[in-house]
Write a protein that binds this ligand. Structure first.
Ligand SMILES: Nc1ncnc2c1ncn2[C@@H]1O[C@H](COP(=O)(O)OP(=O)(O)O)[C@@H](O)[C@H]1O
Ligand SMILES: [Mg+2]
Length: 236
């Protein structure tokens, strides 16, 4: 069975039927891209997986366990960590305090080593560890948000638009980082409007449209798909 199975979920905001039967599977070791236009339901899908919202119908399974009604903080300890849209770092805390917060659920003694690992992945954050997060650049805040999520030692990392709002010169770096994290054995579900970059690093992808999965295929096939090219890759 897959590491994560999102099985025909329907999620609502009040009366607004945001997800209309979304099914997504993620196997251990994969990078899965979730692409789609603004309002398609990408964030809602991640919010439902991570326990911030509950599906009204359908179910989410993580390692064969039904987690549809499990709270977000419990899911972090089960191994699911999310980097939200807009990053959400604690602006008034220092870089190092933010990273410590990411490890708050941990009871093992490995936190110091993982802090060292985070600084190895992002040397820039080590240089700035005493700086308050609110004064970091957008790119540095994105690094911090990802590093903080990694401090809980996730097996599944959910990333919501990590390249959004970043200067073009920084975008390559973000995707390179995601690839390196995957190489360390973390499974990744990546939401992106930058379909071009997302499909370059992904194994497979799902195209969301108006709360439904319109297309799902290997990343290579999606890159060749005419509809995907026209609508999401800007190729005529
Ligand atoms: N807090 C909210 N309250 C009401 N409707 C919302 C809220 N957040 C999102 N929606 C609606 O749910 C749908 C899916 O939104 P979202 O998951 O944020 O899309 P995406 O991340 O793909 O841009 C959209 O129609 C959006 O307007
Ligand atoms: Mg979104």
């Amino acid at each position: 069975m897959a590491l994560l199975e999102v099985n025909d979920i329907h999620t609502y905001y009040g009366n607004i039927h945001a997800l209309k039967g979304v099914t997504v599977e993620v196997d251990t070791g994969e990078i899965i891209a979730l692409i789609g236009s603004n309002g398609a339901g990408k964030t809602t899908t991640l919010r439902t997986i991570s326990g911030l919202m509950e599906p009204r119908e359908g179910a989410v399974y993580f390692e064969d366990e039904d987690i549809s009604n499990t709270r977000a903080d419990l899911l972090v300890s089960k191994g699911i960590s999310m980097v939200p849209e807009g990053r959400g770092v604690f602006a008034k805390l220092t870089v190092e305090e933010n990273l410590d917060m990411g490890a708050y659920i941990r009871r093992d003694g490995g936190v110091k080593d993982d802090l060292a690992g985070a600084y190895e992945l992002f040397p820039r954050l080590e240089e700035r560890k005493k700086q308050v997060a609110g004064t970091l650049s957008g790119g540095e805040q994105q690094m911090l948000a990802i590093a903080r999520a990694l401090m809980s030692k996730p097996r599944l990392l959910l990333l919501d638009e990590p390249s959004m709002g970043l200067a073009p010169v920084l975008v390559d770096g973000v995707f390179d980082t995601i690839q390196r994290i995957a190489n360390e054995g973390v499974t990744i579900l990546l939401v992106e409007q930058n379909a071009h970059m997302a499909l370059q690093i992904a194994d497979r992808g799902y195209v969301l449209q108006s709360g439904e999965v319109a297309i799902s295929d290997t990343a290579a096939n999606l890159q060749q798909n005419e509809t995907v090219q026209k609508t999401y890759l800007g190729i005529d």
